[in-house]
Design a protein around this ligand. Structure first.
Ligand SMILES: Nc1ncnc2c1ncn2[C@@H]1O[C@H](COP(=O)(O)OP(=O)(O)OP(=O)(O)O)[C@@H](O)[C@H]1O
Length: 670
């Protein structure tokens, strides 16, 4: 193993004089190659961090998982509604602190299912016993267990350090100071050797670095047990070896590590402490990886010389059904329990010597290396932080992300460009009768373009963010309500900057109404209409799983709202005209802005007399702007329009939150 620089927290503390000569305690981090690094973590902080990670033995006994699959998915001609499928069949094992255990087997054999089950995720249909030390799984243990998903799910615009910092601030407990949380981030950066990409946005780092960031995100809370789903997939062999070395170092700190892995190199394969080989949800080997070939040889399956043992094992289980069946039967015959006795009388002692014993299932036989209670008391609470700090941190993250995605050069150019083009199209309109329809169409453009644009942004928001949020929430990071409120508070103001710039430019170029108060009121309506549209977009994005369905629904709803709003058809069927138009949020903002535009006694000149009655046959006459309003189909007054829009905003937001909370849009696999 190359000389790796691994940081090991020692019990030592030293007094360090700061420049101001004040005495300050620091934690000494000893590097394995002899260097010493001073990380400014307080002694209390180091104690809190190390208390987060008691040593845990994971024991599972006869764990099975059966699911009901819609029958039509398997056999389109089936008359049944559901067919039962066994994903795991009586799998047993025990994994101790300090061990790195590999789960291997052909694709679809149940590796991810076993990892999910052991980690307490997707527990429906699971039978059997799972213990952490001597305690059964409880949701409150979540923070002691880390799960590194196969996919590296992040907000990729954040840098590596920002990602780790937000996670540390959110997930480390309240009683740890901010400085200690940041020190923990620094330590993880060094431990996982990602210092050189610490300030690089995640979307630009290499696959191996991204995987380490993924692991680092889970390690920040100093978990006791780490589950990893195919952490080396997509990595070249050097990166894969480096990653497994990191896992080995973590195990040396007393962590229990269980990882699924596909076709590891010979070096990686031999480095595991235990190999659990599955086929069709059943165990076919559980023992030392270096004994696997000898075990299969007792059944007459000999590996060619110089062959990677991992490849041979995988070829064997992938070959054909009959060999898989033979291996499953052989394991059932040969397996032994913790007291060393064989379960079957037909067992072969030649084969048995290579197998690790299965746990007996008696609670009395469970081991408890650090005799501590793994379930936090009520006082410690379900969440690491209370609502407000959680929301403020999420707000800051949302603000940063929205700023990066909304205030781009492209978006700014789009807004300014369109503002100038529309300003030129409606340039310096006279206050005369023939500009009435152009003035109303300006308001229509204003009240549709930005709301439509923002609605689409809102629509795409959850489909892209959902997987990251689900991952973070699955590890107990924060409340959904904190996330949702933070997102609403942080994104709103940023999404309103460009529309405001647009209005400032185009409004005055078009000469809508020189009264500054009117300008401000129209601005308010434009911004409220945008927030309502965004809320509707969020609702559709949260409620509909499939992005394509959500976009289709949005298109149908928007066009329908415009049509029933009476913008294109003057003579709607009575029932549609009376009831339908009140559903259209475009109508409220449009009506209000039209009233604002023509508010007051501004004098307009008559031109051809085709619209205003008093102008007929009197082209040199004048009329007051408010007289023009009777020629438009104006509904309720300005104030009411405002209240209805605010009501719609809260209704759509609340429904979006409920949809996010209660509509099950995930696949059920994790
Ligand atoms: N929710 C589900 N509905 C239907 N089938 C499922 C579900 N979850 C898992 N399966 C099936 O269970 C089997 C085991 O899946 P699992 O993901 O555990 O396999 P795996 O060994 O991790 O595969 P891979 O190596 O390809 O990731 C597969 O055949 C999979 O299709």
């Amino acid at each position: 193993m190359p000389s790796a620089q691994v940081a090991v927290i020692t019990e030592n503390t030293v007094d360090v004089k700061s420049p101001s000569q004040s005495s300050e305690k620091q934690q000494v981090i000893e590097m394995r190659d002899g260097d010493t690094l001073q990380v400014q973590m307080s002694v209390d902080g180091a104690q809190i961090i190390s208390a987060l990670s008691p040593r845990i033995t994971v024991t599972f006994h006869k764990v099975s998982k059966v699911i009901n699959v819609p029958a039509k998915m398997i056999d389109p001609t089936s008359k049944e509604r559901f067919i039962q499928r066994t994903l795991l069949d009586q799998v047993s094992g025990q994994i101790h602190p300090g061990q790195v255990v590999a789960l291997m087997g052909p694709s679809g054999c149940g590796k991810t299912t076993l990892l999910n089950t052991l980690a307490g995720r997707a527990l429906s249909g699971v039978t059997g016993d799972i213990w952490f030390n001597k305690q059964r799984y409880d949701k409150a243990m979540k923070r002691k267990l880390a799960y590194v998903l196969q996919q590296d799910l992040f907000f990729e615009m954040l840098t590596v350090k920002q990602q780790l910092t937000y996670t540390a601030l959110l997930r480390l407990p309240n009683n740890l100071s901010k400085q200690d949380k940041l020190a923990q981030v620094e330590q993880i950066i060094d431990q996982l050797r990602i210092r050189k990409c610490a300030n690089t946005p995640i979307m630009l780092v290499s696959g191996g670095e991204k995987k380490r960031v993924n692991i680092g995100t889970e390690l920040l809370t100093n978990p006791s047990v780490i589950f990893l789903d195919e952490p080396t997939s997509g990595l070249d062999s050097t990166s894969a070896v480096a990653l497994v070395e990191v896992l080995r170092e973590l195990a040396m700190q007393g962590k229990t590590i269980i990882t699924s892995i596909h076709q590891p190199s010979s070096q990686i394969f031999q480095s595991f402490d235990q190999l659990i080989l599955l086929a069709d949800g059943k165990t076919i080997y559980m023992g030392n990886p270096s004994n696997a070939l000898a075990y299969f040889a007792t059944m007459g399956h000999h590996s060619p010389a110089q062959y990677n043992p991992a490849d041979y094992v995988m070829d064997l289980v992938n070959q054909d059904m009959s060999i898989r069946e033979e291996l499953k039967q052989a394991y059932l015959k040969n397996r032994i329990v913790a007291d060393g006795k064989a379960i079957s009388s037909q067992s072969s002692s030649a084969a048995q010597q290579y197998l690790f014993p299965e746990p007996s299932g008696n609670e009395a036989d469970l081991t408890n290396p650090d005799n501590v209670n793994l379930i936090p008391t009520k006082k410690e609470g379900k969440w690491p932080l209370s609502f407000l700090p959680q929301m403020l941190i999420l707000c800051s993250r949302s603000f940063r992300l929205t700023g990066m995605s909304q205030l781009t050069l492209l978006n700014t150019m789009q807004a300014l460009g369109l503002a100038i083009v529309s300003g030129l199209c409606w340039l310096r309109m006279d206050f005369s009768e023939d500009t009435l329809s152009d003035r109303s169409s300006y308001i229509f453009f204003l009240m549709t373009f930005w709301p439509l644009q923002t609605l689409m942004g809102g629509l795409l928001s959850f489909p892209f963010e959902r997987s990251v949020i689900e991952k973070e929430r699955a590890s107990g990071s924060y409340r959904l309500s904190s996330y949702f409120i933070a997102k609403s508070l942080a994104e709103g103001p940023l999404k309103l900057i460009l529309p405001t710039c647009f209005l400032i430019i185009s409004y005055w170029m078009a000469n809508i109404n020189p009264n500054f108060g009117i300008f401000l009121a129209i601005l308010v309506f434009q911004l409220v209409a945008i927030l309502v549209a965004e809320s509707l977009g969020l609702l559709l994005g949260a409620a509909l799983k499939n992005l394509h369905h959500a976009i289709t629904a949005a298109t149908v709803i928007l066009l329908s709202l415009m049509l029933v709003g009476g913008f294109f058809v003057k003579h709607l069927p009575h029932w549609l005209g009376v009831w339908g138009k009140w559903l259209s949020f475009f109508k409220y903002s449009y009506d209000a802005c039209l009233q604002l535009q023509f508010k007051g006694d501004r004098v307009y000149s008559c031109v051809d007399g085709s619209i205003i009655a008093s102008c007929r046959n009197n082209t040199s006459g004048t009329f007051y702007s408010k007289d023009a309003l009777q020629y438009f189909d104006i509904g309720i007054g300005i104030g009411w329009n405002f209240f209805v829009l605010i009501g719609m905003f809260f209704a759509f937001r609340t429904l979006a939150y409920l949809a996010l909370r209660f509509i099950n849009n995930h696949t059920g696999r994790a």
